[in-house]
Write a protein that binds this ligand. Structure first.
Ligand SMILES: O=C(O)CCC(=O)C(=O)O
Ligand SMILES: [Mn+2]
Length: 200
């Protein structure tokens, strides 16, 4: 397993950029504290093998009014942008030169909170989606594997203030996860900014 800390990451059939120190420490601390305090977290149920389970993390979905999002057979309406989330989005849009109209906030309370293997390949994200993923709080390992394979090919340590950008064919060929860990870890907040195409 490789732990990369540079950008770009050279993975075949993927376009990944990792900025370990995208945010200065003071701003990262401030955004983390404010988002933890003001976010109305939810823990929806998902259906798995015919049974209902709570997702193993807390979520909040914000975006433009048309950026509704489907998962687990449900349509989720976005909450309106808060001043802080609008400010973060504007900074990312300026840095990336691409529009973004929604953000999923994931809150990992401890090492038992996780996100299973998946690709961000829902139809409403379009063919080659841009996913800009900002990390605040505790560090967690982010793994990548090829679709259809179980071997982890690359891992990144996503620490406070880092930004991971996935583009191009990445979601088509690769899956990612944030696995549970027994190592003690501080609460972590991840924001994945996306562009939802509602007119599909
Ligand atoms: O928490 C992370 O770094 C991953 C989040 C993610 O993959 C997603 O929201 O789709
Ligand atoms: Mn994802």
């Amino acid at each position: 397993m490789n732990l990369f800390n540079d950008s770009p990451l050279l993975l075949p059939d993927a376009e990944l950029e990792f900025h370990a120190d995208w945010l200065d420490r003071a701003t990262a601390d401030l955004w983390l504290a404010q988002l933890r305090a003001e976010t109305p977290w939810q823990q929806p149920q998902v259906q798995l093998y015919g049974r209902q389970f709570p997702v193993p993390r807390l979520l909040a979905w914000y975006g433009d009014a048309e950026a509704s999002y489907r998962y687990s057979g449900l349509t989720h309406q976005p909450l309106p942008w808060t001043p802080l989330l609008a400010q973060i989005r504007a900074r990312l849009v300026a840095a990336l030169g691409q529009p973004l109209n929604a953000v999923l906030l994931n809150y990992y309370r401890d090492g038992q909170d996780s996100m299973g293997w998946h690709s961000d390949d829902e139809a409403e994200l379009g063919r080659n989606p841009l996913i800009a993923s900002l990390n605040l709080g505790g560090s967690r390992r982010f793994d990548l594997r090829r679709k259809g394979h179980s071997r982890i090919e690359h891992s990144l340590l996503l620490q406070h203030g880092s930004l991971l950008v996935m583009r191009g064919p990445t979601q088509h060929y690769w899956q990612h996860q944030v696995a549970k860990t027994r190592s003690p870890c501080a609460p972590r907040l991840n924001l994945t900014f996306r562009m939802i195409r509602s007119n599909l």
